[in-house]
Design a protein around this ligand. Structure first.
Ligand SMILES: [Zn+2]
Length: 243
């Protein structure tokens, strides 16, 4: 595989429609423009909690700055106590999990609104509390450097657990086909959020494929890949970081 050198230019965007400023990342010539961008996502490998812990630990011990140097600012998702809580499937909530600042911001500010829209379209109720069961955020950069997971900008969602203001608990499992309408509504809303707030074009003219990959892809039958793509001035900023 061709190694693509990446230069980081710390220019700030976001004075206009962008709610968030993020560094402009420029990619030197040499990026293979003919490779199918969707490949980067289809072959993603997202780490489980033990692998994730080892990944950061080993990188720190080895001083492996290449894989620790994220191009986009990072912070923590306090899964047990943030506004939107979460846990990796079959694990307890993590006291903190590394995540890109931009994905965390979108999770905390925009996910609930889109789940609410989806809820309105099926059985109604008002969300008091939202909890996300997921399949991970971090992808191993050494294996899939072009996936948004490599930058902690994507999360693989399995279940939305909703508690309504009336105290009713509802569970929306992504892989359960009876929830397709719910998740289609969610994805459509998310696509518009991504387009309007992150200056991204609607992907392939399809709102529900903007910032997410779902059942239309054979590798996404059990989880919904949900991301904040990298966009600059109304365009996808790189051929690979599109979904
Ligand atoms: Zn994913």
């Amino acid at each position: 595989m061709k190694v693509t050198k990446i230069i980081m230019v710390l220019a700030l965007l976001g004075l206009g429609a962008n709610a968030l400023a993020e560094p402009v990342v420029t990619f030197e010539e040499g990026t293979n423009q003919f490779e199918d961008a969707s490949q980067a996502n289809e072959h993603e490998y997202v780490l489980n909690p033990e692998e994730e812990e080892r990944y950061y630990l080993e990188a720190q011990q080895k001083g492996d700055f290449d894989i620790l140097n994220f191009k986009f600012p990072q912070e923590h998702w306090f899964e047990c106590e943030d506004e939107v809580t979460g846990n990796f499937l079959n694990y307890k909530c993590a006291s903190r999990r590394q995540i890109s600042s931009i994905l965390n911001d979108y999770l905390q500010k925009h996910v609930t609104g889109c789940v609410q829209e989806a809820l309105d379209s099926v059985d109604g109720g008002t969300i008091e509390k939202l909890h996300i069961v997921h399949d991970g955020i971090l992808g191993d950069k050494r294996h899939s450097p072009r996936s948004l997971h490599a930058e902690n900008r994507a999360i693989d969602i399995r279940i939305f657990d909703v508690t309504t203001t009336e105290g009713v608990k509802k569970k929306y499992v992504y892989e359960d086909k009876k929830n397709r309408d719910f998740f289609l509504k969610f994805r459509t809303c998310w696509g518009h959020v991504i387009s309007e707030n992150n200056d991204c074009p609607i992907y392939a003219g399809t709102p529900h494929r903007t910032g997410s990959i779902g059942w239309e892809d054979k590798n996404h039958q059990h989880h919904m890949h949900t991301s904040v793509p990298y966009c600059v001035n109304g365009k996808y900023g790189n051929y690979f970081y599109q979904r």
